[in-house]
Design a protein around this ligand. Sequence first.
Ligand SMILES: [Zn+2]
Length: 244
Amino acid sequence: MESVITIPALSDNYIYLCRYYQNNVFVVDPGDARAVLKALEKHSLNLTHVLSTHRHFDHTAGIEDLKEKTGCKVLAPEKAEILHIGNVNIQVIATPGHTRDSVCYYLQPSEKHIGVIFTGDTLFIGGCGRPIECDVSIMWDSLQKIAALPDDTLIYPGHDYTEENYEFALTIEPDNKVVAEYLRAVKEWQKQSKPTVPSNIGQERATNVFLRSDDPQIKAAINMNNATDSEVFAELRRRKNIFG
Ligand SMILES: [Zn+2]
């Protein structure tokens, strides 16, 4: 795996091109075929495979067009399995919550590259997706699977909600200097139209208020010292839904 190209699309989606061998790429969550075709042309790349993390329109709308125009193969893994594209091993991790069939794609680390995960609408930078089709406790279990990956694993989520996620985190912990510093940096990148991706697992474990539902400091901040991690997560998710 040589590189990941980030394509901002629609209002706040990210589509990713992964270059895995010479000029061959696969795409993750192509919600907009035109944006993908433009990037393929600009970088002289050949699209061979399509993956999507879940079936929502903004992650899949470009698939038919891309299939027709490039002849690429659409992979639709339904359960946890290992996909092989070129020399890259891609572990499909079932992460129900946002939808029942949401998955994340984990490109296992090798001698040549560190691990990479595409998290769709399950884990965002500084936040997480809304549990729409599943109970909030199932979403928490899914997030735990991602959080257990090595700290240096790069995270590429399906949307850019980074700024509002850090703003929300500061409503829970107004004095968190690390989050305040990340928020300041993200505002700066956005002024320069730079994407806020990727993050990594270590950074999310330290700064993502939802992943910190097991942290005594977060529990204390919302007066839930004796609650379970899952109960704390449910309360944070409830507050976030009201926040926006
Ligand atoms: Zn979605």
